[in-house]
Design a protein around this ligand. Structure first.
Ligand SMILES: Cc1ncc(C[n+]2csc(CCOP(=O)(O)OP(=O)(O)O)c2C)c(N)n1
Ligand SMILES: [Mg+2]
Length: 324
């Protein structure tokens, strides 16, 4: 089956449901964040949902994923438990890292999300390491690194691409190029707008896709995953997208040109796919209404679970953390 055939009506509907769910959960977090009960720095993903959804829809049990601190979308796309995510944001014992990692260190090991980290670029070599482990085990599993445009400015990006290509490791490197590292635009940080082309320096395929188009992301990822599974080595995918809110926190980003934001809001990944599915007769207004109601009920329950859960006990302070 080729990549086009793989985009079935069910896949499209699932991608839409995943993205809608991420969007509504994050919109709720943005509303609740100013209450100051979530005490961890929180980096929202609103505007970038198509990347996580399109990437994760290609993965299977046993594949591993390594992300950044902006990982709610990855966690949810992989099937991470919503209660455990909300509890983690509230610093509770029932959170996915028992309340010790917060939003920046989400994990869902059973679903394949092995590490997300505040260290820019820090998880890129972990994916190369996981790819090496799978190669040694002779499995057909893949490891995925998801990182920002800022992550490509770290030395480990280059080292990891080189090593993974040299050893033909089953790794997919996914760059979410949202054009900003905190407040600084890409053009003020990098000499050339060519992230995907850097793959060629490391003898692997590199492609650039519209990161607001879940189907485009899906197709590119599918090709890269198939290549990795058949032992042909790694690939790099650059997904061009945009975050709608400030770098960290739930307010708007007052440092950016409002017209630039408006242009990207007009290309909203959730609405774009919704229009397409309605036009194709795959989704009715009633379906959309029902999906929203289902997610909203889930969110209410997860927030209640998080708020009612206990904090970790003082004697648990050093359990499960690296304490030299
Ligand atoms: C090694 C390292 N250097 C610097 C920082 C400070 N820092 C935090 S977020 C960030 C920007 C990263 O931008 P990008 O990789 O594009 O991710 P985005 O926030 O856009 O998703 C920087 C420089 C850090 N956390 N880690
Ligand atoms: Mg960025």
């Amino acid at each position: 089956m080729d990549a086009v055939d793989a985009v079935t009506p069910d896949l499209k509907k699932n991608l839409y449901r995943t993205m809608l769910r991420i969007r509504r959960i994050e919109e709720k977090i943005a509303v609740l964040y100013p209450e100051q009960e979530m005490r961890c720095p929180t980096h929202l993903y609103i505007g970038q949902e198509a990347v996580a959804a399109g990437v994760c829809a290609n993965l299977s049990k046993g594949d591993s994923v390594f992300g950044t601190y902006r990982a709610h979308g990855l966690y949810l796309s992989l099937g991470g438990d919503l209660n455990a995510m909300m509890a983690e944001l509230y610093g509770k014992r029932t959170g996915c890292t028992r309340g010790k990692g917060g939003s920046m260190q989400l994990i869902a090991p059973d679903e394949g999300l092995l590490c997300t980290s505040a260290l820019v670029g820090g998880t890129i070599p972990m994916a190369a390491g996981a790819g090496l482990a799978e190669r040694l085990r002779r499995s057909d599993r893949v490891a995925v690194a998801v990182f920002g445009d800022g992550g490509t400015e770290e030395g480990v990006f280059h080292e990891s691409l080189n090593f993974a290509s040299l050893k033909k490791l089953p790794v997919v490197f996914v760059c979410e190029n949202n054009f900003y590292a905190v407040y600084t635009h890409f053009s003020q940080r990098q000499c050339a707008d060519n992230i995907y082309e850097r793959a060629h320096a490391y003898a692997m395929p590199g492609v650039r896709v519209d990161g607001n188009d879940a189907l485009e992301v899906y197709r590119a990822m599918r090709e890269a995953v198939m290549r990795a599974r058949r032992g042909a080595g790694p690939s790099l995918i650059e997904c061009r997208t945009y975050r709608w809110l400030e770098h960290v926190g739930a307010s708007s980003d007052v440092t950016r040109d409002p017209e630039e934001l408006d242009e990207w809001i007009a290309r909203c990944p959730v609405r774009t796919l919704q229009h397409r599915l309605v036009e194709e007769g795959l989704l009715s207004e009633e379906d959309i209404h029902r999906m929203k109601a289902e997610v909203d009920a889930e969110i209410v329950a997860a927030v209640r679970f998080a708020k009612e859960s206990p904090f970790p006990a003082p004697e648990e302070l050093e359990a499960g953390v690296y304490a030299p």
